[in-house]
Design a binder for this molecule. Sequence first.
Ligand SMILES: [Zn+2]
Length: 685
Amino acid sequence: MTDVSSNPLLAPSTLPYGLPDYRQITPQHYLPAFEQAFAEHRREISVITRARSMPTFENTMVPLERSGELLGRISRTFYTVSSADGTPEIQQIEETLAPLMSAHADAIGLDGALYWRIKTLHDALDGLELAPEDRYLVERHYREMTQAGAGLDDEQKAALTELNSRLSVLTTTFEKNLLADTNDLAVVFDAADELDGLTSGELSAAAQNAADRGLDGKYVITLTLFTGHPYLSTLTRRESRERLLAASRSRGSRGNDHDNRAVLREIVRLRAERAALLGHASHAAYVTSDETAGSPDAVHALLRRLAAPAARNAAREQAALQAIVDAEPEPFALDAHDWAFYTEKVRAAEYDLDRTALRPWFDAERVLQDGVFRAASELYGVTFTERPDLPGYHPDVRVFELHNADGSALGLYVLDLYTRDTKRGGAWMNSIVSQSGLRGTDPVVVNNLNVPKPAPGEPTLLTLDEVTTLFHEFGHALHGLFAVVTYPHFAGTAVFRDFVEFPSQVNEMWILWPEILTAYARHVDTGEPLPAAVVEKLHASEAFNQGFATSEYLAASWLDQAWHSLSAEDAAADIDVAEFEARALAEIGLDNPVVPPRYSSTYFAHVFSGGYSAGYYSYIWSEVLDADTVEWFRENGGLTRENGERFRTRLLGVGGSKDPLEAYRDFRGRDADIASLLKRRGLAD
Ligand SMILES: [Zn+2]
């Protein structure tokens, strides 16, 4: 056993806000600390479950919410680092930890005695006269443990554990197969002229890819997760585009060792069996029952509502692209691999907009201080002070302290902007310390991006997409920072998956907001604002190509729903994957062969190996609330303290402590109206 004096993870940090002191922590500290934390958490739970007295809110829920504090602290300290600076040593620890974490989570989550106490409280809920947040806490714990299977008998629990463990093997296999087939299918080109249209940098990267594979003198293009590859928009040779798209779409369905068809059918079957075991008609019914959507019917109704107008818009866009092709010397019928290429021609002609030329106006420091922070100050009255005295886990990490308008301390915002080999891809927000009245903690939140680091002394210039990402992730950060809840279970972003993207999407509205844009979008050398004509083009091109983008997204969402809406019995049938897909897409009218789904089943990692099974619809579901909220801000004068205060107190601050749709009504004065989303995406009739 490691004692407190020699392991800094076992004692609370002495830094402000409980920021972990990474200067004191070495990788060897983690596993022993986790072991002690698991034991402590088990001990805390057993104190609750062994109590002789009947369950009360005070003897069950309160200690439950106090429990696991050490484990939570160590976990957040560790996973912050493993995702953003996962050295081989840290990765090794993460691998060792994975089965220990899941076994621990199962032991607590399926604890029959704990479940009995919570269920007893839940059954008597109306007579307990609890405060609203307390009452909701009982409901949520009861619901979550029931979803996990804590209410099953021992035989059923054994069957469930068996299903879960087989599923975890299958989802890992799916991911491994996908990775292997993606690598195998990297497309080899013999000569540079086949890749006409790529930049010299892209071409030399392709030559390097080839050399790395021992194919000197050739060119290799590696595939991305999407069906559509970014190079499809610039490759001038039709055959090259065709080869690239065909390779991308064949992943996981070629009858080789990496074929994912049987794997995904078994995943679908076992998920349906598990749903049946837990009392649901399908996996989609099981998943959506504990989301704001409530049922697959609600999800299907939304997807159906959007599909027809999206398909119509895509057909209109297709006709415009076909017209360009028809004007060429050798016209042909536009195919899926031609879409992006001709779309870029239209974009250039209609909007005269070269998005890559905008970077000098997006100096990262100005975007942060005069854009992201300024919008938050004007809306919410918060101020930001950089604290270079506070250490991060890496020299590039910056720490900012936030204060409220009345001068009171709010929390810390940690920003890790740059890409590095040890950081996973994408961008995200996570909490290092969650706000909780019960535990007396203030929030510490982190934003990670993957912006390439410039040479020393050079400014960091962002793309418009990176600017968008920063505003988006900061929206998640505000959700965490503004939490005002009693129980840690409810802090900030601890909300339903089909709700969590909503606040971050809303924060993107300030990117092109005139007062904010003029403040931050200034030329790095001259300080000149972005020319008005460019701003106009940015606004004008917002709805461009939305028919295609919406259709390919909806098609993938529909495939996810189609697979996961099968009953256990139907899922047991011998299903041909390609036929199943074709039938599903035809059923919703998204079967235009020129607009394929964003992912086909055999490489749809979000739903077959990631955490989005029966949940890929969440993005558009959240966007209904987002668009409706943006409309509200516009109607009420936009960027004002009054508007910010209302959004902060009625929505962001309550986190997961009440029914999110109730919080939404409280903020908006009514339920969300889909009209704003239809307008934004050009889908209104
Ligand atoms: Zn997000």
